[in-house]
Design a protein around this ligand. Sequence first.
Ligand code: GDP
Ligand code: MN
Length: 389
Amino acid sequence: MDIHEHQAKELLAGFGVPVPEGGLAFSPEQAAYHARRLGLPVVVKAQVHAGGRGAAGGVRLCRTEAEAADFAAGLLGRRLVTRQTDAQGKPVHRVWVEAATDIARELYLGLVLDRKSERIMIVASREGGMEIEDLARERPDALLRMVIDPAVGLTEFSARELAFGLGLRGPQVAEMVQVLRGCYRAFRDRDATMVEINPLVVTGAGGLIALDAKMSFDTNALFRQPEVAALRDPGQEDPREAAAAAHGLNYVGLTGDIGCIINGAGLAMATMDMIQLAGGAPANFLDIGGGASPERVVAAFRTVLSDSNVSVVLVNIFAGINRCDWVARGVVQAYRELGLTLPVVVRLAGTNVEEGHAIIAGSGLPLISADTLAEAAAAAVRARPRAAA
Ligand code: GDP
Ligand code: MN
Protein backbone atom coordinates (compact mmCIF):
# COMPACT_ATOMS: atom_id res chain seq x y z
CA MET A 1 0.00 0.00 0.00
CA ASP A 2 1.25 3.45 -0.92
CA ILE A 3 0.65 6.70 0.96
CA HIS A 4 0.88 10.37 0.01
CA GLU A 5 4.05 12.46 0.27
CA HIS A 6 2.63 14.64 3.06
CA GLN A 7 1.68 11.54 5.07
CA ALA A 8 5.13 10.00 4.58
CA LYS A 9 6.74 13.27 5.69
CA GLU A 10 4.62 13.45 8.82
CA LEU A 11 5.36 9.82 9.62
CA LEU A 12 9.10 10.23 9.07
CA ALA A 13 9.17 13.47 11.07
CA GLY A 14 7.84 11.43 13.99
CA PHE A 15 11.03 9.35 13.71
CA GLY A 16 13.28 12.42 13.77
CA VAL A 17 13.71 13.02 10.02
CA PRO A 18 13.79 16.78 9.27
CA VAL A 19 11.09 17.89 6.80
CA PRO A 20 9.95 21.35 5.65
CA GLU A 21 6.98 22.96 7.34
CA GLY A 22 3.82 22.66 5.30
CA GLY A 23 0.06 22.42 5.16
CA LEU A 24 -2.55 20.38 3.29
CA ALA A 25 -5.03 22.13 0.99
CA PHE A 26 -8.20 20.80 -0.64
CA SER A 27 -9.06 24.15 -2.25
CA PRO A 28 -7.23 27.14 -3.77
CA GLU A 29 -8.30 29.25 -0.75
CA GLN A 30 -6.67 26.80 1.61
CA ALA A 31 -3.50 26.87 -0.51
CA ALA A 32 -3.41 30.69 -0.27
CA TYR A 33 -4.01 30.47 3.45
CA HIS A 34 -1.02 28.15 3.93
CA ALA A 35 1.16 30.34 1.70
CA ARG A 36 0.33 33.32 3.94
CA ARG A 37 0.86 31.32 7.13
CA LEU A 38 4.17 29.73 6.03
CA GLY A 39 5.68 32.80 4.38
CA LEU A 40 6.63 33.15 0.71
CA PRO A 41 7.91 31.66 -1.44
CA VAL A 42 6.19 28.30 -1.10
CA VAL A 43 6.24 25.10 -3.15
CA VAL A 44 2.82 23.74 -4.12
CA LYS A 45 2.83 19.99 -4.80
CA ALA A 46 0.13 17.71 -6.21
CA GLN A 47 -0.50 14.78 -3.89
CA VAL A 48 -0.81 11.60 -5.94
CA HIS A 49 0.54 8.08 -5.44
CA ALA A 50 3.22 8.49 -8.09
CA GLY A 51 6.57 10.17 -8.55
CA GLY A 52 7.74 12.21 -11.49
CA ARG A 53 5.39 15.04 -10.55
CA GLY A 54 8.03 17.74 -10.99
CA ALA A 55 8.56 16.93 -14.67
CA ALA A 56 4.79 16.53 -15.21
CA GLY A 57 3.89 20.01 -13.97
CA GLY A 58 2.66 18.85 -10.56
CA VAL A 59 5.18 20.88 -8.49
CA ARG A 60 5.74 24.63 -8.60
CA LEU A 61 7.62 27.27 -6.68
CA CYS A 62 5.12 30.09 -6.03
CA ARG A 63 6.14 33.63 -5.08
CA THR A 64 2.73 35.06 -4.20
CA GLU A 65 -0.43 33.84 -2.47
CA ALA A 66 -2.35 34.35 -5.71
CA GLU A 67 0.14 32.23 -7.64
CA ALA A 68 -0.18 29.43 -5.05
CA ALA A 69 -3.99 29.61 -5.26
CA ASP A 70 -3.95 29.64 -9.10
CA PHE A 71 -1.58 26.72 -9.35
CA ALA A 72 -3.65 24.74 -6.82
CA ALA A 73 -6.83 25.59 -8.76
CA GLY A 74 -5.25 24.22 -11.93
CA LEU A 75 -4.33 20.93 -10.23
CA LEU A 76 -7.30 20.16 -7.99
CA GLY A 77 -9.94 17.97 -9.60
CA ARG A 78 -7.68 17.13 -12.52
CA ARG A 79 -5.75 13.95 -13.22
CA LEU A 80 -1.99 14.13 -13.26
CA VAL A 81 -0.15 11.96 -15.75
CA THR A 82 3.50 11.34 -14.92
CA ARG A 83 6.01 8.84 -16.23
CA GLN A 84 5.14 6.67 -13.23
CA THR A 85 1.38 6.57 -13.91
CA ASP A 86 -0.60 5.00 -16.75
CA ALA A 87 -2.10 7.15 -19.51
CA GLN A 88 -5.15 7.95 -17.33
CA GLY A 89 -2.99 9.35 -14.55
CA LYS A 90 -4.00 9.79 -10.90
CA PRO A 91 -6.62 12.20 -9.58
CA VAL A 92 -5.44 15.22 -7.60
CA HIS A 93 -7.76 15.81 -4.66
CA ARG A 94 -5.27 17.59 -2.40
CA VAL A 95 -2.12 19.66 -2.67
CA TRP A 96 0.69 20.08 -0.19
CA VAL A 97 1.94 23.62 0.36
CA GLU A 98 5.42 23.84 1.77
CA ALA A 99 7.88 26.52 2.81
CA ALA A 100 10.41 26.65 -0.04
CA THR A 101 13.88 25.32 0.63
CA ASP A 102 17.12 26.83 -0.61
CA ILE A 103 18.86 23.88 -2.30
CA ALA A 104 22.66 23.56 -2.39
CA ARG A 105 22.88 19.82 -3.21
CA GLU A 106 20.35 17.09 -3.93
CA LEU A 107 21.04 13.59 -2.59
CA TYR A 108 19.17 10.32 -3.05
CA LEU A 109 18.20 8.00 -0.21
CA GLY A 110 16.14 4.82 -0.50
CA LEU A 111 15.42 1.86 1.76
CA VAL A 112 13.86 -1.23 0.21
CA LEU A 113 12.98 -4.72 1.28
CA ASP A 114 15.47 -6.81 -0.68
CA ARG A 115 13.82 -10.20 -1.10
CA LYS A 116 16.96 -11.78 -2.54
CA SER A 117 19.14 -11.08 0.47
CA GLU A 118 16.15 -11.20 2.87
CA ARG A 119 17.46 -7.94 4.30
CA ILE A 120 16.76 -4.24 4.17
CA MET A 121 18.86 -2.57 1.50
CA ILE A 122 19.86 1.07 1.73
CA VAL A 123 20.67 2.80 -1.54
CA ALA A 124 22.15 6.30 -1.49
CA SER A 125 23.69 8.64 -4.00
CA ARG A 126 25.22 12.06 -4.35
CA GLU A 127 23.10 12.45 -7.48
CA GLY A 128 19.65 13.21 -6.09
CA GLY A 129 16.68 14.49 -8.07
CA MET A 130 17.08 11.89 -10.80
CA GLU A 131 14.87 8.81 -10.67
CA ILE A 132 16.60 5.78 -9.22
CA GLU A 133 15.95 3.63 -12.32
CA ASP A 134 17.68 6.23 -14.53
CA LEU A 135 20.47 6.64 -12.02
CA ALA A 136 21.05 2.87 -11.85
CA ARG A 137 21.22 2.74 -15.66
CA GLU A 138 23.20 5.87 -16.42
CA ARG A 139 25.43 6.24 -13.37
CA PRO A 140 25.59 2.84 -11.62
CA ASP A 141 28.94 3.82 -10.08
CA ALA A 142 27.19 6.74 -8.33
CA LEU A 143 25.08 4.37 -6.18
CA LEU A 144 26.09 3.37 -2.67
CA ARG A 145 24.48 0.16 -1.46
CA MET A 146 24.40 -1.27 2.04
CA VAL A 147 22.54 -4.37 3.19
CA ILE A 148 21.28 -4.23 6.76
CA ASP A 149 20.65 -7.36 8.78
CA PRO A 150 17.48 -6.63 10.76
CA ALA A 151 18.79 -8.76 13.63
CA VAL A 152 21.65 -6.26 14.01
CA GLY A 153 19.90 -3.09 12.86
CA LEU A 154 21.50 -0.01 11.36
CA THR A 155 24.54 0.69 13.47
CA GLU A 156 25.96 4.16 14.05
CA PHE A 157 29.20 3.33 12.21
CA SER A 158 27.35 1.99 9.15
CA ALA A 159 25.29 5.17 9.04
CA ARG A 160 28.46 7.28 9.32
CA GLU A 161 30.07 5.30 6.51
CA LEU A 162 27.11 6.16 4.26
CA ALA A 163 27.26 9.81 5.31
CA PHE A 164 30.95 10.01 4.39
CA GLY A 165 30.24 8.18 1.15
CA LEU A 166 27.79 10.96 0.25
CA GLY A 167 30.52 13.56 0.78
CA LEU A 168 28.97 14.99 3.94
CA ARG A 169 31.25 16.66 6.43
CA GLY A 170 31.25 18.13 9.94
CA PRO A 171 27.84 18.44 11.63
CA GLN A 172 26.16 17.09 8.44
CA VAL A 173 27.45 13.64 9.33
CA ALA A 174 25.52 13.55 12.61
CA GLU A 175 22.44 14.91 10.82
CA MET A 176 22.70 12.19 8.17
CA VAL A 177 23.02 9.54 10.88
CA GLN A 178 19.80 10.89 12.39
CA VAL A 179 18.04 10.82 8.98
CA LEU A 180 19.22 7.28 8.26
CA ARG A 181 18.31 5.90 11.67
CA GLY A 182 14.93 7.64 11.56
CA CYS A 183 14.16 6.15 8.15
CA TYR A 184 15.37 2.75 9.23
CA ARG A 185 13.26 2.75 12.40
CA ALA A 186 10.20 4.01 10.51
CA PHE A 187 10.71 1.24 7.94
CA ARG A 188 11.08 -1.47 10.57
CA ASP A 189 8.47 -0.33 13.09
CA ARG A 190 5.76 0.41 10.50
CA ASP A 191 6.26 -2.71 8.33
CA ALA A 192 7.27 -0.68 5.30
CA THR A 193 8.56 -2.21 2.08
CA MET A 194 10.01 1.06 0.78
CA VAL A 195 11.10 4.49 1.99
CA GLU A 196 12.44 6.91 -0.59
CA ILE A 197 13.66 10.45 -0.05
CA ASN A 198 14.46 11.99 -3.41
CA PRO A 199 15.79 14.54 -3.10
CA LEU A 200 17.31 14.64 0.35
CA VAL A 201 18.66 18.15 0.28
CA VAL A 202 21.70 19.94 1.65
CA THR A 203 20.39 23.46 2.19
CA GLY A 204 22.20 26.71 1.51
CA ALA A 205 22.82 26.93 5.25
CA GLY A 206 24.39 23.44 5.20
CA GLY A 207 21.64 21.47 6.97
CA LEU A 208 19.83 18.36 5.71
CA ILE A 209 16.12 18.20 4.94
CA ALA A 210 13.81 15.69 3.21
CA LEU A 211 12.25 17.57 0.29
CA ASP A 212 10.26 14.61 -0.98
CA ALA A 213 9.15 11.38 0.68
CA LYS A 214 7.57 8.18 -0.57
CA MET A 215 6.60 5.13 1.46
CA SER A 216 5.02 1.77 0.68
CA PHE A 217 3.80 -0.76 3.21
CA ASP A 218 3.29 -4.50 3.45
CA THR A 219 -0.47 -4.99 3.03
CA ASN A 220 -0.28 -8.25 4.98
CA ALA A 221 0.95 -6.36 8.05
CA LEU A 222 -1.77 -3.69 8.03
CA PHE A 223 -3.79 -5.61 10.64
CA ARG A 224 -1.15 -4.63 13.21
CA GLN A 225 -0.53 -1.12 11.85
CA PRO A 226 -3.85 0.68 12.32
CA GLU A 227 -2.24 4.14 12.02
CA VAL A 228 -0.78 3.17 8.66
CA ALA A 229 -4.00 1.50 7.47
CA ALA A 230 -5.83 4.76 8.26
CA LEU A 231 -3.63 6.57 5.69
CA ARG A 232 -5.05 4.54 2.80
CA ASP A 233 -6.54 6.71 0.03
CA PRO A 234 -8.88 4.55 -2.10
CA GLY A 235 -9.20 7.48 -4.54
CA GLN A 236 -5.66 6.72 -5.72
CA GLU A 237 -6.35 3.04 -6.35
CA ASP A 238 -7.82 1.31 -9.39
CA PRO A 239 -11.57 1.72 -8.61
CA ARG A 240 -12.25 -1.81 -9.88
CA GLU A 241 -9.68 -3.31 -7.50
CA ALA A 242 -10.97 -1.23 -4.58
CA ALA A 243 -14.57 -2.41 -5.18
CA ALA A 244 -13.47 -6.06 -5.36
CA ALA A 245 -11.45 -5.73 -2.14
CA ALA A 246 -14.62 -4.51 -0.42
CA HIS A 247 -16.22 -7.91 -1.27
CA GLY A 248 -13.15 -9.82 -0.12
CA LEU A 249 -12.40 -10.75 -3.75
CA ASN A 250 -9.00 -10.50 -5.35
CA TYR A 251 -9.26 -8.52 -8.56
CA VAL A 252 -6.60 -7.46 -11.01
CA GLY A 253 -7.46 -5.01 -13.79
CA LEU A 254 -5.84 -5.51 -17.21
CA THR A 255 -6.34 -3.99 -20.63
CA GLY A 256 -8.03 -6.59 -22.89
CA ASP A 257 -11.71 -7.49 -23.31
CA ILE A 258 -12.13 -10.98 -21.80
CA GLY A 259 -13.36 -10.87 -18.19
CA CYS A 260 -12.12 -13.84 -16.16
CA ILE A 261 -13.60 -15.48 -13.07
CA ILE A 262 -11.19 -18.05 -11.72
CA ASN A 263 -10.28 -19.81 -8.49
CA GLY A 264 -6.67 -19.54 -7.38
CA ALA A 265 -3.80 -17.35 -8.53
CA GLY A 266 -1.97 -20.21 -10.28
CA LEU A 267 -4.99 -21.12 -12.41
CA ALA A 268 -5.49 -17.40 -13.11
CA MET A 269 -1.94 -17.14 -14.48
CA ALA A 270 -2.40 -20.26 -16.62
CA THR A 271 -5.72 -18.92 -17.94
CA MET A 272 -4.15 -15.56 -18.86
CA ASP A 273 -1.48 -17.45 -20.80
CA MET A 274 -4.02 -19.65 -22.60
CA ILE A 275 -6.10 -16.62 -23.59
CA GLN A 276 -3.04 -14.92 -25.05
CA LEU A 277 -2.04 -18.12 -26.82
CA ALA A 278 -5.53 -18.29 -28.37
CA GLY A 279 -5.03 -14.74 -29.67
CA GLY A 280 -7.10 -12.86 -27.07
CA ALA A 281 -6.39 -10.49 -24.21
CA PRO A 282 -7.81 -10.60 -20.66
CA ALA A 283 -9.64 -7.49 -19.37
CA ASN A 284 -9.12 -8.57 -15.79
CA PHE A 285 -9.17 -11.57 -13.55
CA LEU A 286 -11.05 -12.14 -10.41
CA ASP A 287 -10.10 -14.87 -7.97
CA ILE A 288 -13.20 -16.17 -6.18
CA GLY A 289 -11.05 -18.18 -3.76
CA GLY A 290 -12.13 -21.45 -2.16
CA GLY A 291 -15.63 -22.53 -1.11
CA ALA A 292 -17.33 -19.80 -3.12
CA SER A 293 -21.10 -19.61 -2.64
CA PRO A 294 -23.47 -18.83 -5.54
CA GLU A 295 -23.84 -15.32 -4.04
CA ARG A 296 -20.08 -14.82 -4.17
CA VAL A 297 -20.07 -15.87 -7.82
CA VAL A 298 -22.79 -13.29 -8.54
CA ALA A 299 -20.69 -10.60 -6.78
CA ALA A 300 -17.74 -11.71 -8.90
CA PHE A 301 -19.78 -11.25 -12.10
CA ARG A 302 -20.89 -7.83 -10.95
CA THR A 303 -17.28 -6.75 -10.35
CA VAL A 304 -15.94 -8.18 -13.60
CA LEU A 305 -18.77 -6.57 -15.59
CA SER A 306 -18.21 -3.16 -14.00
CA ASP A 307 -15.31 -2.92 -16.46
CA SER A 308 -16.89 -1.61 -19.67
CA ASN A 309 -14.12 -3.19 -21.78
CA VAL A 310 -15.45 -6.67 -21.02
CA SER A 311 -17.20 -8.20 -24.05
CA VAL A 312 -17.12 -11.86 -22.96
CA VAL A 313 -16.80 -13.61 -19.60
CA LEU A 314 -14.75 -16.74 -19.06
CA VAL A 315 -15.44 -18.75 -15.91
CA ASN A 316 -12.69 -21.27 -15.25
CA ILE A 317 -12.98 -23.30 -12.06
CA PHE A 318 -10.88 -26.22 -10.98
CA ALA A 319 -12.83 -27.20 -7.91
CA GLY A 320 -11.03 -28.71 -4.98
CA ILE A 321 -12.47 -26.89 -2.01
CA ASN A 322 -14.96 -25.26 -4.36
CA ARG A 323 -18.03 -27.12 -5.61
CA CYS A 324 -18.87 -27.01 -9.31
CA ASP A 325 -22.61 -27.16 -8.54
CA TRP A 326 -22.39 -24.01 -6.37
CA VAL A 327 -20.38 -22.19 -9.01
CA ALA A 328 -22.82 -23.30 -11.74
CA ARG A 329 -25.76 -22.12 -9.68
CA GLY A 330 -23.97 -18.77 -9.19
CA VAL A 331 -23.38 -18.45 -12.95
CA VAL A 332 -27.05 -19.13 -13.72
CA GLN A 333 -28.18 -16.74 -10.97
CA ALA A 334 -25.83 -14.02 -12.21
CA TYR A 335 -27.03 -14.46 -15.79
CA ARG A 336 -30.68 -14.00 -14.75
CA GLU A 337 -30.24 -11.37 -12.01
CA LEU A 338 -27.87 -9.17 -13.97
CA GLY A 339 -29.75 -9.66 -17.25
CA LEU A 340 -26.63 -10.69 -19.13
CA THR A 341 -26.53 -10.49 -22.89
CA LEU A 342 -22.83 -11.01 -23.52
CA PRO A 343 -21.37 -14.48 -24.16
CA VAL A 344 -20.32 -16.49 -21.09
CA VAL A 345 -17.94 -19.44 -21.42
CA VAL A 346 -17.92 -21.90 -18.51
CA ARG A 347 -15.30 -24.52 -17.88
CA LEU A 348 -15.77 -26.62 -14.77
CA ALA A 349 -13.60 -29.43 -13.42
CA GLY A 350 -13.24 -31.22 -10.10
CA THR A 351 -15.64 -31.62 -7.21
CA ASN A 352 -19.28 -32.22 -8.24
CA VAL A 353 -18.50 -31.52 -11.89
CA GLU A 354 -21.45 -33.67 -13.16
CA GLU A 355 -23.92 -31.73 -11.03
CA GLY A 356 -22.33 -28.51 -12.27
CA HIS A 357 -22.65 -29.49 -15.94
CA ALA A 358 -26.26 -30.58 -15.37
CA ILE A 359 -27.16 -27.17 -13.91
CA ILE A 360 -25.53 -25.33 -16.82
CA ALA A 361 -27.11 -27.60 -19.45
CA GLY A 362 -30.52 -27.57 -17.76
CA SER A 363 -30.63 -23.79 -17.34
CA GLY A 364 -31.80 -23.16 -20.88
CA LEU A 365 -29.40 -20.22 -21.02
CA PRO A 366 -27.00 -19.70 -23.95
CA LEU A 367 -23.97 -20.54 -21.81
CA ILE A 368 -20.99 -21.95 -23.69
CA SER A 369 -19.51 -25.04 -22.01
CA ALA A 370 -15.91 -26.12 -22.47
CA ASP A 371 -14.12 -29.17 -21.11
CA THR A 372 -10.47 -28.14 -21.13
CA LEU A 373 -8.72 -24.88 -20.39
CA ALA A 374 -7.46 -24.64 -23.98
CA GLU A 375 -10.99 -25.11 -25.35
CA ALA A 376 -12.37 -22.55 -22.93
CA ALA A 377 -9.78 -19.95 -23.90
CA ALA A 378 -10.33 -20.56 -27.63
CA ALA A 379 -14.12 -20.41 -27.16
CA ALA A 380 -13.85 -17.10 -25.28
CA VAL A 381 -11.69 -15.60 -28.01
CA ARG A 382 -14.12 -16.80 -30.71
CA ALA A 383 -17.16 -15.57 -28.77
CA ARG A 384 -16.01 -11.94 -28.70
CA PRO A 385 -18.39 -9.75 -30.71
CA ARG A 386 -15.37 -7.92 -32.07
CA ALA A 387 -13.84 -11.15 -33.31
CA ALA A 388 -16.69 -11.54 -35.80
CA ALA A 389 -16.28 -8.02 -37.17
P1 GDP B 1 8.66 14.28 -7.81
O1 GDP B 1 9.01 14.89 -9.13
O2 GDP B 1 7.29 13.65 -7.81
O3 GDP B 1 9.69 13.34 -7.32
O4 GDP B 1 8.53 15.49 -6.75
P2 GDP B 1 9.63 16.20 -5.82
O5 GDP B 1 9.04 16.41 -4.51
O6 GDP B 1 10.92 15.42 -5.84
O7 GDP B 1 9.83 17.61 -6.52
C1 GDP B 1 10.39 17.73 -7.81
C2 GDP B 1 11.48 18.76 -7.83
O8 GDP B 1 10.98 20.01 -7.45
C3 GDP B 1 12.62 18.47 -6.85
O9 GDP B 1 13.56 17.56 -7.36
C4 GDP B 1 13.20 19.86 -6.68
O10 GDP B 1 14.16 20.12 -7.67
C5 GDP B 1 12.01 20.79 -6.87
N1 GDP B 1 11.61 21.29 -5.55
C6 GDP B 1 10.75 20.72 -4.67
N2 GDP B 1 10.67 21.45 -3.55
C7 GDP B 1 11.49 22.51 -3.71
C8 GDP B 1 11.89 23.63 -2.88
O11 GDP B 1 11.43 23.79 -1.74
N3 GDP B 1 12.75 24.51 -3.42
C9 GDP B 1 13.27 24.38 -4.66
N4 GDP B 1 14.12 25.28 -5.11
N5 GDP B 1 12.95 23.35 -5.45
C10 GDP B 1 12.09 22.42 -4.99
MN1 MN C 1 11.02 13.29 -5.82
